[in-house]
Design a protein around this ligand. Structure first.
Ligand code: FES
Length: 109
């Protein structure tokens, strides 16, 4: 059973942008919001060369990495072919306009 940790409200994430969530150990998590107000969370490291996905451009259910423009699926973390790789995905729960992440996943190195 997940232990949900409140992060912010949906409105505190810029539309077509993201918010970084620092972790005790390891890279931050990027929490994204698309035009439909869907929220996704990925490790803030591009599977290519570690670029900060939180600084990328969100379009549809994807984010374009700011370094070399790889396209990463927000729901799976998978890079779009022909590129290969996957950013770690984090569970998200949105309830009454509040965004929660799984505390155990956040704590994992
Ligand atoms: S580091 Fe993201 S595309 Fe190269």
């Amino acid at each position: 059973m997940a232990r949900w940790q409140r992060i912010c409200t949906v409105d505190e994430i810029p539309v077509l942008g993201s918010r970084r969530v620092a972790r005790v150990s390891g890279p931050a998590v990027a929490v994204f919001r698309n035009a439909e107000d869907q929220v996704f969370a990925l490790l803030d490291r591009c599977p290519h060369k570690g670029g900060p996905l939180s600084q990328g451009i969100v379009f549809g259910n994807h984010v374009a990495c700011p370094l070399h423009n790889w396209t990463i699926a927000l729901d799976t973390g998978q890079a779009r072919a022909p590129d290969e790789g996957c950013a770690a995905r984090y569970s998200v729960m949105v309830e009454a306009g509040e965004v929660f992440l799984d505390a155990d996943e956040l704590a994992a190195p």
